[in-house]
Design a protein around this ligand. Sequence first.
Ligand SMILES: Nc1ncnc2c1ncn2[C@@H]1O[C@H](COP(=O)(O)OP(=O)(O)OP(=O)(O)O)[C@@H](O)[C@H]1O
Length: 289
Amino acid sequence: MENIIELKNVHKSFKGFDIKNFSIAVKKGFVTGFIGGNGVGKSTTIKMIMNLLQPDSGTVSVFGLNYKEHEKEIKQRIGFVYDENILYDHLSLNQMKDIVKHAYENWDDHLFNHYVELFDLPLKKKIKTFSKGMMMKASLTMALSHHAELIIMDEPTSGLDPIFRRELLEILHQLMQDGDKTIFFSTHITTDLDMIADYITFIHNGEHIFTKDLIEIEEEYAIVKGGLELLDREIEQEFLAVRKSNYGFEALTANKGRAEEVFGDMVIMEKPTLEDIMYYTKKGAEQHV
Ligand SMILES: Nc1ncnc2c1ncn2[C@@H]1O[C@H](COP(=O)(O)OP(=O)(O)OP(=O)(O)O)[C@@H](O)[C@H]1O
């Protein structure tokens, strides 16, 4: 399977924060959701994928190309939606389009008009009068109007109402039906991913925790609930995190089969949500310091 984005052994240090030995491969033709809590390095990673930031060491390649020699070609083939407003707000959408279209060889006015109509966007109103949802639709329109093969979005659904979030996901879903596209997007709202993602890449504290397909996650992970008498030090070590109360324990395992083998029917096993996995991983990182 072809990888469209590859980061290999990437390091990036800010004061008080590091991306550490970060390697990921994003598969062509699929939707990958990039998840992690606040401040764990999602935007920093996306900026490095977009060459808006350069790693201190390690390599970034997109479409198998490096930015040093192929920046122009790579950028032509990406549709980028950033979470802050990168549109010039004193312009109208029409004026904005006239600037942006010249940057892209494959700009398609037809497609632009299609999305403007679909999103019901005003062409002549100043962008500064747009609501957050309209702004997102406008950014998306720009990103989708030049036949990009790879769509990268930083938190596209944050701050949007549930109805528009649903619509946006539906549009992305439609886009994937066309065949050759790849979508990589970061989000906090993990429930969005059940609808659309094929793969999940999980980052915590600047470290790549996993990239897995959603089915694999369902098969491997479980929340185990049982009485405290079932736990000993050795067994506890096998869990990613354990929460104990007077009534018993709740723990996350990444090896459901092993937990079944150890505990049999003495425990209850539940399917974790992605949110559970994020929550327990954070707890686990704190417990294992
Ligand atoms: N240019 C910068 N200079 C210094 N520190 C930075 C810079 N950019 C990001 N950071 C720090 O790096 C860490 C990771 O930030 P980043 O924006 O990548 O996180 P994030 O996962 O996208 O978070 P959120 O979901 O809250 O947007 C934070 O502690 C942030 O303060």
